[in-house]
Design a protein around this ligand. Structure first.
Ligand code: PMP
Length: 425
């Protein structure tokens, strides 16, 4: 039964049992309407209330300022690799277009010189900056290169270059090669596969006193809700629900309203076509999703509901909101890393100490020099004790213990104890 195991899978991840019980009942009969939540129209008032409540609770928990919007989208983190590139390129083109055409609409002007000027600016200056610290930021950069051409992707830093071709470090900011006026600077706050997490917001990307600064976008799929986030430093933050927020099926974007109408309008499809730039599918356009309060098309209200219930539970558990969970997450990580560190002859923690993820604890079992055999034994014995989902990602192997918010302290304690016992056996 659920009580017998602690599931350390990397996502989909464990959800709180009481949330699942409420969700299960709501699937059959939501608020005594005789109809389940997955059957009600996404256009119903009830659905709108679920969306608005989840948005408000997320804003409260993360302290999201008023000038940010919360979007519920589909397509997962992977969809956002494309969406961030499309939307931020659109925003950049719009700014350049304004600078060259003034208030005239580019589509109305048939001045070939101005159009050529815009094209030349794009060819020479359009850059998306990626800080590559693991498999997910690498995939995001690859998607941008596929959509726009590799000439428009600037790799600010690649962690593999300082670590024998492997991930596990974050290159020092002094070595980062940022573009002059990037459409965005992108990074993955927590690399789920490689166990690397930014310890804090990068100093060199902090906004200046006058509020100006780089346009920063972050993937927080696997560490959102586990610590405080300086939302003001970002233009956009996105995350899939399936780790710390809820069930697979919704992706959340927290976006600065500066990037949305009326402040900013995405360039028209016809202009993008003239400029030979990709046109985003309509469901990946942030302004469309924002304008429709996330209901441009059919959204899984059930998944938003589950996310909302998780947020309510967090808000009820921690009076100081994300700061409360942050303390607990740190403690759980310390317990597990501490147990591993106590036996350097048996375990090798993959990432550098300074950038170790609190969420995805990646290590090798090197006992007796037989890594394969030791890891197989580790997995077999841990599973027998109800500690499951510990196998590392297929691309890197090893062991990965994902200590998301739903892993209780006693689950972390049980794993730490097992790590200790396995080393001594
Ligand atoms: N980013 C991160 C950090 C992830 O961990 C994942 C998935 N595990 C993704 C993006 C991709 O998400 P999805 O599978 O929802 O497309």
């Amino acid at each position: 039964s659920r009580e017998d195991i602690t599931y350390f899978g990397a996502g989909p991840a464990l959800l709180p049992t009481d949330v699942l019980e409420t969700a299960a009942a709501s699937l059959l009969n939501y608020k005594d309407t005789g109809l389940g939540i997955a059957e009600h129209s996404h256009r119903s008032e009830l659905a709108t209330n679920i969306i608005n409540e989840a948005k408000a609770d997320l804003a409260s928990y993360l302290d999201i300022p008023e000038d940010y919007e919360v979007l519920f989208m589909q397509g997962g983190g992977t969809g956002e690799f494309s969406a961030t590139a499309y939307n931020l390129v659109g925003a950049w083109v719009e700014r350049k277009k304004k600078a060259i055409f003034g208030d005239l609409k580019a589509d109305e002007v048939n001045d070939p010189t101005l159009m050529q000027q815009l094209k030349t600016t794009i060819d020479k200056e359009l850059k998306l900056d990626y800080i590559i610290t693991g498999g997910w930021s690498q995939k995001a950069a690859a998607e941008a290169a596929r959509l726009l051409g590799p000439e428009h992707v600037n790799v600010v830093a690649d962690a593999r270059q300082i670590n024998d071709g492997k991930f596990g470090k974050i290159p020092d900011e002094s070595t980062w090669k940022l573009s002059e006026d990037a459409a965005m600077v992108y990074y993955c706050d927590n690399e789920t596969v490689d166990g690397v997490e930014f310890p804090a917001f990068p100093k060199c990307l902090e906004p200046k006193a006058d509020g100006s600064g780089p346009i920063v976008v972050a993937d927080m799929s696997s560490n959102i809700l586990s610590r405080r986030v300086p939302v003001r430093n970002f233009s956009a933050i996105f995350f899939g629900a399936q780790k710390n927020l809820g069930s697979t099926g919704v992706t959340v974007v927290i976006i600065k309203k500066d990037l949305l109408p009326p402040k900013l309008q995405q360039p028209s499809a016809s202009l993008m076509r003239k400029l030979a730039l990709p046109i985003p599918p309509i469901i990946l356009q942030y302004e469309i999703i924002a304008k429709n309060n996330s209901l441009y098309n059919t959204l899984s209200i059930f998944d938003v509901y589950v996310a909302g219930q998780v947020l309510k539970k967090l808000l009820n558990t921690y009076p100081d909101k994300a700061a409360g969970q942050e303390a607990v997450s740190a403690k759980k990580a310390q317990l597990i890393y501490g147990a591993l560190e106590a036996h350097p002859d048996v375990y090798k923690i993959v990432p550098d100490k300074a950038v170790r993820s609190r969420m995805n604890i990646c290590f090798r079992v090197t006992k007796g020099g037989d890594v394969d055999g030791s890891e197989r034994a580790f997995l077999k014995e841990s599973t027998a004790q109800g500690l499951t989902g510990l196998k590392g990602h297929r691309s890197v192997g090893g062991i990965r213990a994902s200590s998301y918010n739903s892993i209780p302290m006693k689950g972390a304690e049980a794993l730490a104890q097992f790590v200790e016992e396995f080393a001594k056996a």
